[in-house]
Design a binder for this molecule. Structure first.
Ligand code: AMP
Length: 208
């Protein structure tokens, strides 16, 4: 868990690869549905472009389906889910049915201004999905992907007014979920400042 721009996606991918768990990012799955032009994608796009949450039943449905896949049977890491108390309750029911309770909840904490700076400068390759940052990780050619030469673009929801919405939504809807997990003793809080490698080392130390 963490505010937009905390580095959840980056760290979740690294950790999932390290421990051999399947990585379930609801944001990535929704963006993929938009790219493919599916009904789910069309439903999700309007909320996402405005920095709002996609309805709970839609997101719960895609997580439930993904958890049933063969590669998720020996451990999974959820990235960007649950984001509301209703999603947390649904997850709880789902995992109770699987007799597989959550082992831990990780919060990557980054000061608000730092998270906004990271989001506003973030660029994503339209072709291969690689990430760059105009200040912290600038590409060799402006707007060109270092990995595949594709065009780097800003995610629609990384524009400044949308970032503000996403931060408000986090404070209103997701911060109570973090407090819920803190209350039941599952929360591990990681300092998310510094380089990707610094944070990755803290994450690894925290999971042991
Ligand atoms: P992310 O890539 O995790 O920052 O997610 C990007 C956007 O996808 C969010 O701003 C939401 O519009 C949508 N989204 C991702 N995960 C969820 C979720 N668990 N519940 C509702 N909307 C979500």
């Amino acid at each position: 868990m963490g505010t937009p721009g905390a580095g959840k996606g980056t760290q979740a991918k690294l950790l999932a690869a390290r421990v051999g768990a399947c990585h379930i990012s609801t944001g990535d799955m929704l963006r993929d549905a938009i790219r493919r032009g599916t009904r789910l994608g069309r439903e999700a796009q309007r909320s996402m472009d405005q920095g709002l949450l996609v309805p709970d039943d839609v997101v719960i449905g895609i997580v439930e389906e993904r958890l049933g896949a063969p590669d998720c049977q020996s451990g999974f890491l959820l990235d960007g889910f649950p984001r509301t108390l209703a999603q947390a309750r649904a997850l709880d029911e789902l995992l109770t049915r699987r007799a597989e309770p959550l082992t831990s909840v990780m919060l990557i904490a980054v000061p608000h201004d730092e998270a906004v700076r990271r989001l506003a400068g973030r660029r994503v390759c339209e072709k291969c999905g690689a990430m760059a940052h105009v200040v912290f990780d600038p590409p060799a050619r402006p707007d060109g992907c270092d990995r595949c030469g594709g065009r780097l673009a800003q995610r629609d929801d990384d524009r400044e007014d949308t970032i503000r919405h996403r931060m408000d939504v986090y404070a209103r809807e997701t911060a109570p979920v973090v407090e819920h997990y803190r209350g039941v003793g599952l929360l591990r809080e990681i300092d998310g400042t510094g380089s990707r490698e610094d944070v990755s080392r803290r994450v690894a130390a925290s999971v042991g």
